[in-house]
Structure formats: C-alpha cells, structure tokens
Design a protein around this ligand. Structure first.
Ligand SMILES: [Zn+2]
Length: 433
C-alpha cells in the first residue's frame, strides 16, 4: 500500500461524467495523487505524459468515467442473505462469524462499483469494526459510514421477541422506551464509534411509535456528539414528526401524505426513498416465501412510493439513493446497488444525469462526506469508476458491475477479477426459502 500511495495515477481520454450534473464532456486528464484528485482537465505541465516508475496511466478511450457509486442504505452485518454452510440457528450465531461474513459482503459490494455505503443498522458493532478494518487497510471494501443497532420502542421494527427476551445483541434493534433510555443508547453508540444514529418507527408505517419529544431528544444528543441521525419512517405522521425534529435524512417515507411532504420540503430534510427493496419484493417476493397478504402490502407501498417520489420531485426535495441491500434474503449484495438510480429514471421522471447525481453527489451526504465525495473535481477523494458502456444512454449500465472496466477507490485500483471473485459471487447467492 505504501508504495502505491506515492504513485501518480492519470486517467486519459474517455467521456467524463463528473457527478455535478454538468453535461458529459471529453476527458483530457484526471490526475490522482495519493487518495485525492489533483486536477481535472488539461494535463499539468509538471506531470509526465508517459508512464514511469511513479506514474501510471489508464487509457479510457471509448469508455465513460464517473464517481464511484454510493449506496446510502446497505446492511452488511444482518443475518442475511442466508448462505449455505453458515450457522442457521440462533445458538450458533456469533459476533465473529457475523463480522467475517460482513467483511466478505463489503468486498462484494465494492467490486460491483460501489465505492461507498452508508449502513443504517447492523448487529453488535460489527459495521464499526468492518469500517475500521477497511480504513486500516486490513480488508478490501467500500468507504463506510455506519449506525449501530436501530433504536426502537416496544412494538417497533426488529422488536420481534416477547418483552421478557428483549432485543439481544444479535438482533438489529435495541429497545429504548423513553427519552432517558434513548439518550443513554445514543451515548453508548457514539462511545463505540458510530457515524450516525438510526431510529426506527413502525415496520410498515401503520402506527407512529416514536413521540416528537423523543425524536428531538435523540437529534439533539447525537448532534451534540457530532453524529447525524436518520430514521426508518413510512407513514402515520412519523415523516412529518421526523422532519420537524431536525432529522438529517429520512428513510422510506413511502406513505407520507402530500401535507407531510410539504413539511419535509420546508425543513429542507433529504429523503432516501429506498424503493429498490419494494420493487424487488413486488418482483420476486413469492420466490422468497412472501404470501399473498405480504404481496398486497408490498404493492400498496410501491404504488404509494411512486406517488411520493413524484410529489417530492415537484416540491424540490433532495432525493438520495439507497437500496436496503442485505436486509433480507431477497436483497443480495453486489447486484442491486444502482437499481435506485434506474427507478428514479423509470418511475420518477429523472434524466439519467439527474439520477447519477442523486446516487453520487447527493448520497455522499449520508456518509458525512458531501464536501469530499460524489463529484470528480480537484481536491475530492479519488473514488472513480470507468465503464465500458454509456450510463447516460441506459442507466442500467450501472447495475451489478457488469460494465465496469476499472474501479478506483481512495486512489487505488481495485482488482475486479481473480481472487476467486466468481466463486465468491456464486457462493453468496441467496437461497430462496
Ligand atoms: Zn434498511
């Protein structure tokens, strides 16, 4: 790693989509020194135009260069997707196994062209560990900003056990039933190094389970400690309450009424609709054991989400992209991270360029790196993908890493094949129930 950091990397030729929304243009030279972009445009005089000991050139002729993809909603350390040969009962669940599997998931995510993920919840503090191991160079993976376990009240999402069992560490939620308990949990999670706090209201948005004063208390405490806050919020007034409490971004919001969305627009809070999960559920739910009632509900949420997306766009709400990959067996890693951008185009009336901006520049916010990431410009972190096909002609080019020519994360070229990546992909296919 040490020797590569001193190397200058130059990307010549190709078409540049810089993530800012300005039209695509011919690329002359992108110069990368260590992990940041030094210049974009004409090759600076002091940079040699030929490769040498400390100089590597990538010729992107006939290819498209853009910022690495960001999935703002990807869970790395849930018990899913199930893998063959893995422990399947709770008695064999361990933080060690969970962390090692999360490390593999992270590698798979990166190799599909996703250079950053925000992880809104996982088991134990495994995502903190994965983030730190990647940053320390121990393992390969995307840039990570993560929460700890969701903070939930009785009856909330992930509170699946009877009250005398509670929410053990291997579950993805942690019970906190009043302001005092919530503040304590925020402090505990910040002590263990989370980047942000994940609150969760009801699973499907039928009831509001978090009181406004609880939302405000969590936001204030987290912000005092330098952590942002997001919330799983679908309907029943929770989206309006979340916006008024000063949440940094809101996940889902699919059942938010037009009046609620107006409050979101007024407060300037970002939304991350996470429609990929709903669409995937509608498409393949039955194969994964979802019954007719589940399917009706998924379809209802999907239709409501499409309406919400149109309203949000009309109101000028900033949309960020997340998929909920890894939340259940039907959400495999490495395949769906760019589906949200496609959904914006297909159902939200976005141009491919607007969708690219949403999944790069806009979503950098969920990592707290909105000044450093998501566009290709001097001074920015060098997370770059080079594609063999034009994503502006067909946004699906971004999906599943199928059209990736070159992947650069933090200024380093990531090997796309070799290391048994094909076997790894086959190994990690979800097993339909
Ligand atoms: Zn999720």
């Amino acid at each position: 790693m040490g020797s590569q950091e001193k190397k200058t990397l130059v990307i010549r030729n190709g078409t540049l989509i810089d993530g800012s929304g300005t039209p695509a243009r011919p690329n002359q030279a992108i110069v990368i020194k260590a992990n940041r972009i030094q210049s974009v445009g004409t090759l600076p005089g002091e940079i040699p135009s030929r490769a040498g000991d400390h100089m590597q050139i990538i010729d992107a002729t006939g290819q498209w260069i853009m910022p690495g993809l960001i999935d703002g909603h990807c869970h790395l350390s849930f018990g899913f997707p199930q893998i063959s040969g893995g422990p399947s009962t709770r008695g064999t669940t361990s933080p060690g196994f969970s962390a090692l599997r999360a490390a593999r998931n992270a590698q798979q995510v990166l190799r599909s062209g996703v250079t950053s993920v925000a992880v809104p919840g996982g088991t134990w503090f495994n995502d903190v560990a994965i983030r730190d191991a990647i940053n320390a160079g121990l393992i390969e993976g995307p840039r990570i900003a993560c929460a700890g376990r969701f903070i939930v009240t009785y009856g909330g999402i992930t509170d699946n056990e009877p009250s005398w069992v509670g929410t053990p560490e291997h579950t993805i939620g942690v019970l906190a039933n009043d302001v005092s308990e919530m503040i304590t949990e925020v402090r505990r999670q910040c002590k263990h190094g989370v980047d942000f706090i994940k609150l969760a209201d009801s699973t499907w948005g039928d009831t509001q389970l978090l009181a406004p004063e609880e939302l405000c208390a969590v936001v204030q405490e987290a912000h005092r400690r330098g952590a942002r806050v997001t919330i799983h919020s679908r309907g029943a007034g929770s989206t309006k309450a979340a916006a008024e409490a000063g949440m940094d971004w809101i996940l889902h919001a699919d059942l938010a009424t037009d009046a609620e969305l107006e409050v979101v627009a007024e407060t300037g809070v970002r939304l991350m609709p996470t429609m990929t999960f709903l669409r995937r559920g509608v498409e393949v739910g039955p194969e994964f054991g979802r019954g007719p009632r589940d399917m009706d509900m998924l379809k209802r949420h999907w239709e409501s989400a499409v309406h919400m997306l149109e309203r949000a766009r009309a109101l000028g709400i900033t949309i960020t992209c997340g998929t909920d990959s890894g939340n259940s067996p039907l959400m495999p890693y490495g395949q769906l991270h760019a589906d949200e951008a496609e959904i914006l185009v297909r159902y939200g009336g976005y141009t491919p360029m607007e969708a690219i901006v949403a999944t790069t520049r806009n979503t950098a916010y969920a990592l707290g790196l909105e000044d450093d990431l998501g566009t290709l410009a001097p001074g920015k972190l060098a997370d770059i993908i080079i594609l063999k096909s034009d994503p502006l002609a067909d946004i699906r080019v971004l999906q599943g890493g199928q059209h990736l020519a070159t992947l650069i994360k933090d200024g380093k070229i990531i090997t796309l094949n070799g290391d048994g990546v094909e076997e790894m992909l086959a190994f990690a296919q979800p097993t339909p129930a």
